[in-house]
Design a protein around this ligand. Structure first.
Ligand SMILES: C[S@@+](CC[C@H](N)C(=O)[O-])C[C@H]1O[C@@H](n2cnc3c(N)ncnc32)[C@H](O)[C@@H]1O
Length: 213
């Protein structure tokens, strides 16, 4: 496991339009060397195309890490667009702040420090676009808050729904069983949600995409 599509197909697809922004390349390199889980390149591309297409004014991200995806979102927002991103790890918050400053995006990204379970109930204005990318065991409960905070016609984008291929595999290693079960359960809830039209795309590690009805 570990791959969703054949490596040769992925390599071929990634040969088109490689990223040229030096900061994004630096963050990808840092993430790989330091085992920081960030969006795969193809998922990041899909995310930025969706942001450009839908032109959201208010975006919420759950799980900032080093602000790789935050920067990708924020650099595609229109003039009035703003990103609120929530992160609980103090180590990641420090790195994210540095990277947001380096990207010159302090006016577009508001980093909310703390556990999303504490931060989300305090948010009272709804969002046009929500990106869920926190701990997999938290997905189910965070998704409930996402549904409350997502506007009608708003988009929800969720990473890791194929979970390195294990979600669809009969053979799951012992150390992946709990997270795989969390993702499998989440996928059932996500795709049967009456207030959303949803799909799960075999992009990157599996992207859940939904629109609020
Ligand atoms: C997969 S990483 C996010 C990657 C980032 N979205 C990207 O693609 O560049 C998940 C991050 O979510 C944070 N996190 C996990 N659960 C959280 C929670 N309940 N509240 C706030 N942050 C959380 C972790 O500390 C970690 O930094």
């Amino acid at each position: 496991m570990g791959k969703i599509i054949y490596p040769s197909q992925l390599k071929y697809l990634q040969s088109f339009g490689p990223e040229t922004d030096p900061l994004i390349l630096e963050l990808e390199d840092f993430a790989e060397k330091n085992s920081v889980p960030i969006l795969s390149k193809d998922s990041a591309r899909l995310l930025e195309i969706l942001i450009s297409m839908t032109e959201p004014k208010r975006v919420l991200e759950l799980g900032t890490a080093i602000a790789y995806s935050s920067i990708i979102i924020a650099r595609n927002l229109k003039k009035k667009g703003i990103l609120h991103t929530i992160e609980k790890s103090q180590d990641n918050i420090k790195l994210a702040k540095e990277n947001i400053s380096k990207a010159g995006l302090n006016d577009k990204i508001i980093l909310m420090e703390g556990n999303a379970f504490d931060v989300m109930p305090r948010l009272d204005k709804k969002y046009d676009f929500i990106f869920l990318d926190a701990d997999k065991r938290d997905y189910k409960r965070l998704f409930d808050y996402c549904l409350i905070l997502l506007k009608k016609d708003g988009i929800i984008f969720v990473d890791n729904l194929l979970w390195k291929g294990y979600a669809a595999s009969p053979r799951v290693p012992a150390d992946q069983k709990s997270s795989t079960n969390d993702i499998r359960e989440f996928n059932k809830i996500f795709t049967s949600q009456k207030s959303l039209m949803t799909t799960i795309l075999p992009v990157g590690d599996g992207i859940g995409l939904g629109i609020k009805l």
